[in-house]
Design a protein. Structure first.
Length: 205
C-alpha cells in the first residue's frame, strides 16, 4: 500500500529538545521537546505556497533568480506524486515533493524531487532527510524505479545530504541544465528505500 494511502491521524513526531539551562530558582530548567510532524498536503495548500515562496527567495539569494522550471500543482497529487509539509510545534518549516518529471532526457519510471526546503530556524534537525526518505518510499511503492533531482553548487549542504543518502551524479536534464554550477543526482529505488517516517499526518485540504 502506498504511503499516501496509509496516512493515519496526526500523532507525535520525533521529539527534539528545546531549552535547558537554569531557571530563575537556580534549578535546572525543564527541557521541552519540540514536535516535528510530516503531513501530506496539496501543492496549492497555503502552507505549501508560503514555503515554496520562501525557497524561491532563497534561490534568488544563492543563484540570482528563481527556479522557473514548469510545475503543474496536479503533478504532486497522489497517486502520481506527493507533497509534504513539515511542522515544528505546529508551525510549517519545511516542504518537499515528488512528481513524474516532464523531461525527455530522463528515463521512464523516474520520479523527481522538487521544492526541498527547510526554514533556517528548523535546520540541523534532520527534517530534510526525513522528508527525502518519505518521498523515496512513496515513489517506490508507486512503481517508480529511480529518484532524480536537480540542485547546484550554491547549495553545498543539499549536495552533502544527497550524497550521504546514496545519490550519485547524472547528466544535467532540466531547464537550468546549461547553468554554471548545475548539478543533478539520482538514486535507485526499492519498496524498502529509506526508513519509514516516524510521523506522516492526514492529507490536508
Amino acid at each position: 500500500m502506498r504511503l499516501s494511502g496509509e496516512l493515519g491521524p496526526t500523532g507525535v513526531g520525533r521529539g527534539l529538545p528545546i531549552g535547558g539551562g537554569q531557571s530563575e530558582s537556580g534549578l535546572p530548567a525543564p527541557v521541552r521537546f519540540a514536535r516535528v510532524d510530516l503531513r501530506t498536503v496539496g501543492f496549492d495548500h497555503p502552507d505549501a505556497q508560503t514555503l515554496t515562496e520562501q525557497v524561491q527567495q532563497e534561490y534568488v539569494v544563492r543563484y540570482g533568480g528563481i527556479d522557473r522550471s514548469p510545475i503543474d500543482p496536479r503533478e504532486f497529487d497522489p497517486p502520481g506524486g506527493l507533497f509534504l509539509v513539515g511542522y515544528l510545534d505546529g508551525k510549517p518549516v519545511g516542504c518537499a515533493g515528488w512528481r513524474t518529471p516532464p523531461y525527455t532526457l530522463l528515463r521512464p519510471g523516474d520520479a523527481e524531487v522538487k521544492r526541498m526546503y527547510v526554514a533556517p530556524e528548523a535546520r540541523g534537525r534532520g527534517l530534510a532527510r526525513r522528508m527525502l526518505a518519505a518521498l523515496e518510499r512513496d515513489a517506490a511503492v508507486a512503481g517508480k524505479i529511480r529518484m532524480v533531482l536537480e540542485t547546484g553548487l550554491g547549495q553545498p549542504e543539499a549536495i552533502t545530504l544527497y550524497l550521504s543518502a546514496g545519490y550519485t551524479p547524472i547528466p544535467s536534464y532540466g531547464l537550468h541544465r546549461e547553468a554554471p554550477g548545475n548539478r543533478c543526482y539520482a538514486r535507485s529505488l526499492t519498496v524498502t528505500t529509506g526508513p519509514a517516517p516516524e510521523q506522516v499526518g492526514e492529507p490536508q485540504p
